[in-house]
Design a protein around this ligand. Structure first.
Ligand code: NAP
Length: 250
């Protein structure tokens, strides 16, 4: 069983599967984060070298099934997994936590891409303020390099490449609390938050904090899943899917 990881769900699934005697679980990480939280069981680190190489890996290791539990915005590996699974006839399911949904009082502006988020910050219907909490991760910061606003860039590892001219880097890793997010946004005088629609609880406190403070949030929509690939929303459903669709079943 190959679990494509890099998320809390992937770790939780590996934890659940390693307890099942009959299943040999290998978790795969891209190797982007300097000191990742490792799942239990066997772990391999680094890219496969594209979809053909991933297909070769599935054949060589006789992988019985693939669970793509990567982050909702890791669209390249998700596309590669779909291609490799189709090519080799390997059962594949995507474990993808549900998207966030707005609550009463939220001032969300959904946009399709990071570039559109950068443009939205100049739109006075979105915000008239200029102090931005940017939480979209260190990849893709270049999309904001031409913006004139001041940015608090919250990242896990130090960013590389072009950054907004007026910015400060804050290195932090979730989960974050409502109290912490309120303190952060108040201390830095944040006018607007920019986030990917990552879903889940670990980083959702910023949304509650923005709601409480009446601040707008620019929410970048998820890329779509490859057509025809089944998906489940949580670890329990992933296990049920595996039981029903692979040799792990009854
Ligand atoms: P990506 O753009 O979809 O993938 C880029 C390349 O990285 C892939 O083509 C693949 O290389 C390699 N890769 C990605 N995930 C891998 C995995 N689990 N195991 C082995 N190789 C992997 O991915 P990304 O957005 O850079 O994300 C990288 C990792 O960080 C993912 O595992 C994801 O779960 C995690 N993550 C991403 C985000 C985010 O916002 N994107 C947030 C939190 C965590 P090859 O083509 O050489 O196989």
């Amino acid at each position: 069983m190959l679990v494509l990881g890099g998320t809390a769900e992937a770790r939780r699934l590996a934890e659940a599967l390693v307890d099942e005697d009959a299943v040999h679980v290998v978790s795969s990480l891209a190797g982007r984060v300097r000191s990742p939280a490792l799942p239990p069981g066997e772990v391999r680190v680094g890219g496969f070298g594209g979809p053909e190489a991933l297909a070769a890996h599935l054949r060589e290791h006789r992988v019985a099934a693939v669970v793509d539990a990567t982050h909702p915005f890791a669209a390249t590996i998700t596309a590669h997994a779909a291609q490799a699974a189709a090519e080799t006839g390997t059962p594949l399911v995507v474990l993808r936590r549900p998207a966030w949904t707005a609550s009463p009082g939220d001032r969300w502006h959904r946009v399709p891409t990071l570039d559109a988020a950068a443009t939205a910050l100049d739109d006075r219907r979105v915000t008239r303020g200029e102090r931005v909490l940017l939480t979209t991760g260190r990849q893709g910061l270049a999309a904001f390099a031409g913006n004139r606003q001041w940015f608090l860039l919250r990242v896990v590892d130090p960013p590389e490449g072009p950054l907004p001219v007026r910015s400060r880097i804050l290195r932090a890793r979730g989960p974050f609390t409502l109290e912490g997010e309120l303190w952060l946004m108040t201390t830095h005088g944040i006018d607007v938050v920019v986030t990917k629609d990552s879903g889940g609880d670990a980083t959702s406190a910023k949304l509650a904090a923005a709601r409480r403070l009446g601040r707008p949030v620019v929410v970048v929509d998820r890329p779509p899943l490859p057509p025809g690939v089944p998906s489940v929303a949580d670890v329990a459903d992933a296990r049920r899917w595996l039981a029903a669709n692979t040799a792990m079943g009854p």
